[in-house]
Design a protein around this ligand. Sequence first.
Ligand SMILES: Cc1cc2nc3c(=O)[nH]c(=O)nc-3n(C[C@H](O)[C@H](O)[C@H](O)COP(=O)(O)OP(=O)(O)OC[C@H]3O[C@@H](n4cnc5c(N)ncnc54)[C@H](O)[C@@H]3O)c2cc1C
Length: 377
Amino acid sequence: MEKWDALVVGGGFYGLYLAEVLAARVPRVLLCEQAGDLMQRASYVNQARVHNGYHYPRSVLTALRSRVNFPRFVAEFRLAVRSDFEKLYAIARQTSKVTAEQFAEGMRRIGAAIEPASRPIRTLFDLSLVEEVFRVQECAFDAAILKRLMTDRVQRAGVTVRLNTSVERLWPQPSGAIRVRLAAQEVMAGSVVCCSYAQTNGVAAASGLPVIPLKHELAEMALVEVPKAVRGLGVTVMDGPFFSCMPFPPRGLHTLSHVRYTPHGHWYDGLPGEPHAPAYEVFALADRRSAFPHMVRDAARYLPALIACEYRDSLWDVKTVLPRSETDDSRPILFRPDHGIPNYHVVMGGKIDNVYDVADEMAKRLGWESPIGSEAA
Ligand SMILES: Cc1cc2nc3c(=O)[nH]c(=O)nc-3n(C[C@H](O)[C@H](O)[C@H](O)COP(=O)(O)OP(=O)(O)OC[C@H]3O[C@@H](n4cnc5c(N)ncnc54)[C@H](O)[C@@H]3O)c2cc1C
């Protein structure tokens, strides 16, 4: 039987990043990805926003952590970061959970740059529905470039990557090692780090380990060609049932997502009385009729030029959050060391830049000497 020092489940951004980190500590690291390619799920299917705090006016901790992680991410992944657009946060007059004043004050308090948008930009908005428009400092990342960077990095770190290799079940061994059943073979691993995001509970459920309470949403983002007036912009209307229109660099288009219409349904996993529902299986069965017409009609009320968006396609995936995020829209990390058995560690980051918090927490909780996660890799 093959022996590995560490086995990582999932070849998304988290799995790749943590595999590299592990490879700096132990010699034989195996990363198993069930799909035929890396970074094809949530690490590709997302709004591509490198968060800098603005999106979380109701969760000071998440906003602050975003502020801390933003410069680190931008410096480390500068080749994948796009900042060649003007980023705007507009505050709706009605049903917003924050006022413009509260928003601006909150952002100043966490040190996030913010200023009123210029007059020509303001005139793009329907100011009877929008109280204020702010120009802020936020970026987008190109998931295709990020994938190339991370693929090179894990290769250089000596990580063995196996595609089309699903991790199915674990058995603890008296030595502390873990026997792992992959699709076509069994291997032995000193530790297993699960980075399977929407499928966080899959391996645990199959192995008789505790299932962690999670909320899953079937999410759609429309990919659109925006009209000229909006082309150099990334727009988010806050804070409630509104929308975002963000550049999506890998396709040269924008994503249009809407708090009301992007989720096409949700389900819970691991709550008392709720059986474990494998996320990708639910996803595969879901009806995927686009809600783009609803998204664009509502978004154009606030930013009328958007009515001329041309629909190209939709990106669909499962968005997974902790149930507590429902109330304050926070994005805490999930890190469960020794989950159910020794040396089985489960992580889930609610957003891309949280990888630093996960890496630092792993270093702290597993007693590693220095924080892991190199800024200058
Ligand atoms: C609609 C949407 C919008 C978002 N917008 C943003 C945003 O703007 N900014 C931001 O920072 N974050 C955003 N996020 C969150 C962000 O995308 C995730 O936090 C991040 O991508 C998670 O990375 P990951 O590697 O954990 O997950 P994934 O990229 O999903 O990777 C998990 C991998 O595990 C594999 N896998 C699953 N089960 C197994 C198994 N049993 N064996 C082997 N492999 C397995 C999967 O195939 C997959 O490749 C968004 C998410 C969604 C869904």
